[in-house]
Design a protein around this ligand. Structure first.
Ligand code: IVH
Length: 679
């Protein structure tokens, strides 16, 4: 018979563990911290009054006992092995492993693919947990694999580790192998608090996890937010070991041990590789650090057949990702002028292999950031390149700062054009005040001119624009139409064929629309929609250029600010000159309708496009109609004049027929364009 005190204690323990799980594992607490503390204190009090009822699986045992002099050593009943790391971080990592497994199992090409489990490679501290009759009795580090340190007191403080397995009939002995780690958010939060309290901070979550478990005061460990994943077995007694590794993981999860959900059963190398690739793309978004993936032969009988080489199993391998951080030195700090005139300090580095590529430059973002991190020329630094993100300097290794390390001084003049640099009161960046006289900003204007929604010059990207401007062959958009094949073909990485492609694209861009041309000029505050509106309203470029601020404001959606940007632009003789040159070079658009808007053939007509056209995209059809003065809307109504119905037209066509609106098929539509001078 249980006494009421025993019942109450059992009840409290169950409730507290349930709340621990909601809080630490599920991240979804049911009660407030104060309510939790009240339950906890009640349990502590009852246990103090009835010491004979205290058990090692009580949640009160998680808060940490007395500091130790030193850790006792523990001999592992089954050694804690490590796994071989594939040297090839590319695709061959999985292929080489699969080839070795197939060779060692004497499988031929006619045999089925080998079944594997692919898991994450957690970046923490390996640990072995020993449960006897369901109770956690010991936790040990790996040590040299044979003998580790007894860190039971510290490990008890990890809330995610069950002190008792959830099973009515647990095995007599179950040793669970896994990794203790710290989540990134927990790490940041912990470090922030430690820094505020003037205590020791850690450089990364792995060191924080390892440091917490391997220090002697369990009360300190109890305050560290640690987590755990199980990934394997040590010794067992009285347990029917499942036939596959994946079933072992499922069984551990059923016992209440945390097992990472991100795992798959994979057949053959191709599926292992697919897992590696997918995880690598998600790596930077994971809530915890990983440094690769682990592949394991799923079937335990096959594992036994494969056995070991020295201390590593032949049935498992780690396939790493490229390291995201590396150490190097800064040889210089230079300033780059961006396309908006922003000055960015950039560190020139001694070349270093990081994130899968050799890196020679890293951004320092802006002056404030550089001062905050106290980065100096000749410093030794940690560089980080995660995913496709631009490499950056994470921090300085101050202990390795040489005496001749030099502070960086922001230049007062733009290193590209010599204009003054200025800083707006609410911005962190310095900017060049040189405008279009600054080559850096001219490049921006050219890229805009050539962009897809402007004159759409395919192949004229950043690299080419940089070269053209740096060679001083191109100053303004009009210069683009003067380049010839032999000049272009001299450029780096530019064969005759690609040079010809670029020239073709430039020639092709001469035939455009007025709306695109206006947008391409890059007038401040004139975006694509405004450019279309202006083109429709004025119909000719001359009309548009002649308009004063009052007339400009007759145009829908144009207010005084935009009107002023436009007149300021045309007041600049240089801009008019560039436009004249562009026209002289042959840039043109359908302007057969010389003066007045009234002569636009489709002026005032409302069109609806539906279905797919074989000859052009709907976007193109819309643009052509608009150039002819028509309006294109999205839905059919009484006001619609024409519905252009391509293949697979649906409800809009039906609606048009219902309302008796003229329907043009593709042939008729193309005919109409031709008649209007568009094709
Ligand atoms: S299995 C016999 N699985 O990587 C196989 N290890 O040397 C034993 N690690 O120190 C290890 N994630 O701490 C395994 N999913 C995972 C792992 C993993 C991380 C660590 C482990 C060990 C090292 C491999």
């Amino acid at each position: 018979m249980l006494t009421t005190v025993e019942q109450r204690i059992a009840r409290l323990r169950a409730e507290i563990e349930q709340h621990n799980e909601r809080y630490y594992t599920l991240d979804d607490p049911l009660i407030s911290d104060a309510e939790f503390d009240a339950l906890f204190r009640e349990l502590q009090l009852l246990e103090a009054q009835h010491p004979e009822l205290l058990t090692p699986d009580s949640p009160t045992q998680r808060v940490g006992g007395k500091p130790l002099e030193q850790f006792a050593s523990v001999r592992h009943e089954h050694p804690m092995l490590s796994i071989r790391t594939e040297t090839d971080i590319g695709d061959n990592g999985a292929i080489n492993f699969d080839n070795r497994v197939r060779r060692d199992l004497r499988l031929g090409s006619a045999d089925a693919p080998v079944g594997y489990v692919a898991e994450l490679k957690f970046d923490g501290l390996a640990i072995s947990l020993r449960y006897e009759h369901g109770l956690l009795v010991q936790a040990a580090t790996r040590g040299d694999g044979e003998t580790g340190e007894n860190v039971t007191q510290n490990v008890r403080t990890v809330r995610q580790i069950p002190l008792r397995l959830t099973s009515a009939t647990p095995p007599a002995v179950l040793e669970v192998r896994g990794e203790i780690y710290m989540k990134r958010t927990d790490f940041e939060c912990f470090n922030r608090r430690a820094a505020a309290a003037g205590e020791k901070t850690f450089v990364n979550p792995r060191n924080a996890a390892a440091g917490s478990i391997r220090q002697l005061d369990p009360a300190l460990a109890a305050r560290r937010p640690l987590s755990f994943f199980a990934y394997g077995l040590g010794a067992t007694q009285g347990w029917d070991i499942p036939a596959t590794h994946s079933q072992i993981l499922d069984a551990l999860a059923a016992y209440g041990l945390p097992v990472c959900e991100e795992r798959v059963i994979a057949q053959g190398a191709a599926q292992l590789l697919a897992f590696h690739r997918r995880i690598e793309t998600q790596r930077s978004r994971m809530p915890f650090d990983i440094d690769g993936v682990v592949y394991k032969v799923n079937n335990l009988a096959l594992q036994a057949q494969l056995g070991f080489v020295s201390r590593e199993p032949r049935w498992a391998v780690a396939h790493k990702f490229a390291a995201e951080e590396a150490t190097t030195t800064i040889s210089a700090i230079e300033v780059q002028v961006g396309r908006t005139g922003a000055l960015t300090p950039v560190a020139r580095l001694m070349p270093v292999f990081v994130g899968g590529v050799t890196v020679t430059n890293a951004t320092l973002h802006n002056e404030e950031e550089l001062r905050r991190k106290d980065i100096r020329i000749h410093d030794t630094v940690i560089v980080r390149r995660a995913g496709d993100v631009i490499p950056e300097v994470v921090r300085v290794l101050l202990e390795r700062r040489p005496v001749h390390a030099q502070e960086f001084i922001m230049p007062q003049y733009c290193p590209v054009c010599g204009a003054h640099v200025i800083k707006l009161p609410d911005e962190a960046v310095w900017r060049c005040s040189g405008g279009l006289f600054c080559a850096a900003q001219r490049k921006q204007a050219l890229l805009h001119f050539a962009s897809r929604r402007a004159l759409d010059i395919e192949g004229l990207g950043e690299k080419l624009v940089d070269q053209l401007v740096d060679q001083q062959w191109v100053q303004t958009p009009a210069d683009l139409y003067k380049i010839d094949l032999s000049t272009l073909a001299q450029l780096e990485r530019m064969g005759e064929k690609s040079a010809q492609n670029v020239l073709d694209a430039i020639a092709h861009s001469k035939h455009t629309t007025l709306a695109r041309f206006i947008y391409a000029l890059g007038i401040r505050n004139v975006g694509e929609a405004t450019a279309k509106e202006l083109a429709r309203h004025f119909a000719t470029l001359d009309n548009f250029m002649a308009a004063d601020e009052t007339r400009l404001q007759y145009v829908a959606d144009i207010g005084p600010v935009v009107a002023q940007s436009i007149t300021t632009f045309f007041a600049e003789p240089h801009n008019r000159e560039v436009i004249a040159q562009l026209r002289a070079a042959g840039v043109h658009w359908p302007e057969q309708l010389d003066a007045a808007i009234a002569v636009l053939p489709l002026r005032g007509k409302i069109f609806v496009l539906t279905g797919t056209l074989a000859a052009m995209s709907r976007e193109d059809a819309k643009e052509k109609l608009e150039a002819l003065g028509a309006r294109v809307t999205g839905s059919v109504s009484q006001k619609t004049n024409y519905v252009v119905a391509g293949a697979e037209s649906g409800s809009k066509l039906a609606k048009a027929q219902e309302l008796g609106i003229a329907v043009l098929d593709e042939q008729q539509f193309l005919h109409l364009l031709k008649e209007s001078g568009m094709q």
